[in-house]
Design a protein around this ligand. Structure first.
Ligand code: AMP
Ligand code: GLY
Length: 434
């Protein structure tokens, strides 16, 4: 009953995970590598200055400190096989194997996997030359989505509204070769219209447990305009998505994914996070992630009542069917405070004030992401700096409490979206009949 944990990562997601894990009576101490000033401020937690990709040093730490369980935050170490590496040395770690993590790390793998298992996603085809690609666009009609298959994170993606736009973009890829070899292959995909939502599910290789619904706000600008970020704010649960609709998503997307991975000899153990578009034809998978979303985790940890250690151990031992998730019944909202200029270039080292005042407000917890201590002062050190989270009986109240607390915090260049969760009722024109 005195477990020693290691949490890998340094963002708002990891601060929220450590905050929640520290509440477990089973947990004695949490090492965080590398962590941030927020994780260091938690009584049971201590930061260790090791980078997330330095598997050797992380494994050495796990031995030396007799760690009972390691939990991985970000996708990079998962894609690089940190779980396989720890397990080969007899160390207990929670997350998908490198092979299962291909659901996120390889677009080609995940699209083909969805096709093999009839999991609803945007219809697509892969092309290696201009003329065939153009013919396909014209045959399918516009708008249509064109993606240079070697590039990630929204770069190299164009939504072509007409033949001319499709031709211009394909010419840039195939003739001008603006993406180099990453444009050798082009994925052309059906344009999906509708609200984007975040689904999360714990999985043990065979069983899965879906979390309540959530929504991120990825573009930097209000009204979902401008370039994509890591996420500017989240809400949970979505008032417009019913329990029955969430069940449809579970039955048509989450469970078939876990069953398909198992059938292919790649059992998925960890946290599966499919990003969906709620199209008029039903929910469609836009992409899979194989780890907790950020800032989704910041609101999930505020509303999940079940001990997270119990869930993770059940996931590792293949007995998630014996666990039921308990939620507080409250709604939660998170407003991200970012450095002005993000996701482009931005200044660092700006002094942050007002976190204590914000935290003193009832039902508020401020999670830290891009922060560091400079001579004892907390300063900005990244694009997404803080996540201000609030809980309340209803979502409107949670959102307004979060904005009120966010107003108490200041740093030079502070930027936030002022419309997080704003459009609570406009998303109902999607159909879920899959
Ligand atoms: P990706 O690089 O595939 O993650 O795409 C980046 C962003 O483009 C996504 O977050 C979506 O907002 C948008 N997008 C990608 N694919 C589609 C699609 N088939 N239909 C509509 N929007 C899309
Ligand atoms: N919420 C966006 C992400 O974690 O990828």
């Amino acid at each position: 009953m005195s477990k020693r944990l290691l949490v890998i990562g340094s963002g708002g997601r990891e601060h929220a995970l450590v905050w929640k894990l520290a509440q477990s009576p089973q947990v004695e101490k949490i090492f965080v590598a590398p962590g941030n000033p927020g994780t260091a401020s938690i009584d049971k937690a201590v930061n260790v200055d090791i980078k997330v990709m330095d598997f050797g040093k992380l494994e050495h730490l796990a031995y030396k400190e007799a760690i009972d369980l390691t939990i991985v935050g970000p996708d990079d170490p998962l894609g690089d096989g940190i779980v396989d590496s720890f397990q080969a040395k007899g160390l207990k770690i929670w997350g998908p194997s490198q092979s299962a993590a291909r659901l996120e790390s390889s677009k080609a793998f995940s699209k083909d996997f969805m096709t093999r298992h009839n999991i609803p996603t945007a219809e697509y085809q892969v092309f290696t030359e201009l003329e065939a690609a153009m013919n396909y666009c014209n045959e399918k009609g516009y708008p249509i989505v064109i993606k240079a298959s070697g590039l990630a994170l929204g770069k190299g993606v164009a939504i072509a509204q007409c033949q001319q736009e499709a031709h211009d973009f394909l010419e840039k890829i195939f003739v001008e070769r603006i993406f180099g070899d990453a444009g050798n292959e082009v994925v052309i995909e059906e344009f999906l219209e509708g609200p984007e939502i975040s689904i999360h599910a714990f999985a043990d290789g065979s069983n899965s447990l879906i979390l309540q619904s959530a929504q991120d706000h990825k573009p930097v600008g209000e009204g979902n305009t401008g370039p994509n970020t890591g996420g500017m704010g989240t809400i949970t649960p979505l008032p417009w998505l019913t329990e029955a609709e969430l069940q449809v998503i579970d039955e048509t997307i989450v469970k078939p994914t876990i069953a398909g991975m198992k059938a292919e000899g790649n059992p998925f153990v960890g946290l599966l996070y499919p990003g969906l578009i709620m199209s008029k034809k039903g929910p469609r998978v836009l992409e899979y992630n194989v780890r907790f979303g950020d800032p989704e985790t910041q609101i999930y940890m505020r509303t999940l009542e079940t001990d997270l250690v119990d869930i993770i151990e059940a996931s590792l031992e293949g007995r998630l069917d014996q666990i039921q998730l308990a939620w507080s019944g409250k709604s939660a909202a998170c407003i991200i405070l970012a450095s002005g200029g993000y996701p482009g270039s931005y200044a660092k080292g700006k002094e942050i004030t007002g976190i204590d005042e914000a935290n003193q407000e009832i039902d508020i917890v401020v999670f830290q992401a891009g922060t560091k201590l400079d001579d004892g002062n907390l300063v900005t050190n990244g694009g997404r700096v803080l996540g201000v989270t609030a809980i309340a009986a209803d979502l409107e109240t949670a959102i307004s409490k979060a904005y009120k607390a966010a107003a108490k915090i200041n740093f030079e260049g502070k930027y936030q979206r002022n419309d997080i969760g704003f459009n609570l009722t406009s998303l109902t024109n999607c159909s879920i009949s899959a």
